[in-house]
Each structure stands twice: as structure tokens, then as C-alpha cells.
Write a protein that binds this ligand. Structure first.
Ligand SMILES: Nc1ncnc2c1ncn2[C@@H]1O[C@H](COP(=O)(O)OP(=O)(O)OP(=O)(O)O)[C@@H](O)[C@H]1O
Ligand SMILES: [Mg+2]
Length: 272
């Protein structure tokens, strides 16, 4: 059997195209593409920092492909800590975590980058690369994936346009406002169409109108198959995505107001 050379193979649509994405928003595609296979499984997970008390405890839940989750809870409840476990920046103090079917606790460090490449992360503090322009920050995941420079221009420009930053493409992060930096961070996280998008308070620095627009981007990505996890304490946002499932953290423990943690996941109308 002859294996096709890389350049003979059909091109994977690596970059999310906002134009195409828009067509899906409110369109006629199935709302969610849930298969029965878990994308993430936590079993009795706990986390303490150093010798302090546990900030997360008894976390047992499953995330399903193609679902849209909100993670809510008061400041200090543990949302960022839980997301850090999800994007593999932190190992738990106890319990088991499986991701994409693999035990990530015992996974050799050398194999972690290949898992992280399947994730898009919007950090609460953005973490843009300071010496790169907005354009180059957004282009980063595509460059890492080996996309050639001539193929970058269109998707990155479209993405910057979508988040309203065409005029700021050449600006370094230090010269951008908080909301502008947040939008660059979001564009960078979604452009590679990750298997899972993990966003920590992604609309905390933008006005309500832009917040809704960014949520539409997440929904569009979700409709293309990405599992989305958004941490927020803005309860207004939850109502903007009717299909979303809600996980609530209360002092490091999960409660289950909309059936997010049930199998199969189900949102009870009016439960929020
Ligand atoms: N690196 C750390 N070292 C020690 N304690 C930490 C660390 N990071 C977080 N904590 C503690 O863990 C708890 C949960 O913090 P976390 O940042 O996960 O909360 P959060 O829900 O994201 O809050 P916010 O809504 O303010 O972002 C808090 O009590 C916090 O002080
Ligand atoms: Mg936080």
C-alpha cells in the first residue's frame, strides 16, 4: 500500500474561518455533536497548593465531546485551579484524570506537549508573547502546527477582523488595552480549532456587546465539534448559550445545577 505524501493529502481545515463559522451560528446544523466517548474524566480529584488545605476536593465528573460547559462559582471557589488541571499546567494532589482516553497523571512529561496542542487556552491574565505583534500572537498556534507563512495571512486576518482588531494587528501587547489583549488571547486560542477550548473569564475585560460576540465565536467553534469550557462568574452570560451545561464550584466542591455532570449530560430548563 502506498501512503500519500503529505502534499497530496486533502488539506485539513486547520484554521477556523469566521465567515464559515458565522454561517453555522443559528444555522441548521445539529446543535451538538456528542459522542458517547468522554473527552475528560476526573475521578476523586483533589488539589492543594504546597502544604495548604485542599482548594479542590472530591471532583468526579466527565466532559463529553462537543458539549458547551460553563464553570461558575464565587471568587476563590477554585475555577482557575480546576482549569489549570484541565490544561495540564498542574498535577492534582490526589485522584485520576484521563484526557482523550489517556491517564495524564502518569503520562511522561515529554508527551504532555502533544496533548496541550489539542487544547486552546484563554488565560485569565492573557499571557500574550510580549515581543510579538497581535498578528504574530494569533498566528502562533498555526506556525507551531507547521502552517506556511503564505497560508497564515488569510485566516489570521479574518480572525483579527472577527474580534475587531484589524487596525491593531501590528501592535505589541503592552500597547493594547486589557479588552484588546483579551481578544487577541481568544483569537489565538480558537484559530487552530482545538479539540477543547478552555477559557478563564474570557469576557471579563470587554463590554457586554463584545462579550456576546465572543460567546458567538465560542458557540460557532462548539458547533464545529470543539468541547468548550468557560469559567465565569458573570451569570448573565450563562443565559446567552441555551444549550450550555453548567458546573458550579462552591469552596472547591462541584454542584450540578443543570445536569452537566450527569450521564448523558442534560440541561434542566430553569435550573439556573
Ligand atoms: N498558586 C497558588 N498558591 C496557593 N494558593 C493558591 C494558588 N492559586 C490559587 N490559590 C488559592 O486557591 C483558591 C482557589 O483559587 P482560584 O484562583 O482557583 O479561584 P477562582 O475561582 O479562579 O477565583 P477568581 O474568580 O477570583 O478568579 C483560593 O483560595 C486561592 O487563594
Ligand atoms: Mg480565576
Amino acid at each position: 500500500m502506498r501512503i500519500a505524501r503529505r502534499d497530496e493529502r486533502p488539506k485539513r481545515p486547520d484554521a477556523i474561518k469566521p465567515g464559515a463559522v458565522l454561517a453555522h451560528v443559528g444555522g441548521c446544523l445539529p446543535i451538538m455533536n456528542r459522542s458517547q466517548n468522554a473527552i475528560v474524566q476526573f475521578d476523586n480529584v483533589g488539589l492543594r497548593y504546597g502544604t495548604g488545605k485542599e482548594v479542590l476536593g472530591d471532583l468526579s465528573f466527565t466532559l463529553y465531546p462537543g458539549s458547551f460547559y460553563f464553570l461558575t462559582g464565587a471568587s476563590g471557589a477554585g475555577k482557575t485551579s480546576l482549569l489549570r488541571l484541565l490544561y495540564l499546567a498542574q498535577r492534582p494532589s490526589r485522584g485520576m484524570i484521563r484526557m482523550f482516553g489517556t491517564d495524564v497523571i502518569t503520562l511522561p512529561r515529554a508527551r504532555l506537549p502533544s496533548f496541550r496542542r489539542r487544547l486552546g487556552v484563554v488565560f485569565q491574565d492573557f499571557r500574550l508573547v510580549g515581543h510579538l505583534s497581535a498578528f504574530d500572537n494569533v498566528a502562533l498556534p498555526l506556525r507551531v502546527a507547521g502552517v506556511a507563512d503564505e497560508d497564515l495571512q488569510k485566516p489570521v486576518s479574518e480572525m483579527l477582523d472577527w474580534v475587531g482588531l484589524t487596525d491593531r494587528a501590528d501592535a505589541r501587547p503592552a500597547t493594547l488595552s486589557g479588552g484588546e489583549q483579551q481578544r487577541v488571547a481568544i483569537a489565538r486560542a480558537v484559530i487552530g480549532r482545538p479539540d477543547m477550548l478552555i477559557a478563564d473569564e474570557p469576557t471579563g475585560n470587554v463590554d457586554p456587546e463584545m462579550a456576546v460576540k465572543l460567546l458567538r465565536l465560542f458557540e460557532a467553534l462548539n458547533r464545529l465539534g470543539t468541547t468548550v469550557v468557560v469559567a465565569t462568574h458573570d451569570l448573565h452570560l450563562l443565559k446567552k448559550v441555551p444549550e450550555s451545561l453548567i458546573m458550579r464550584l462552591d469552596k472547591g466542591r462541584l454542584t450540578d445545577p443543570t445536569g452537566a455532570l450527569r450521564y448523558p449530560p442534560r440541561r434542566d430548563v430553569g435550573a439556573v
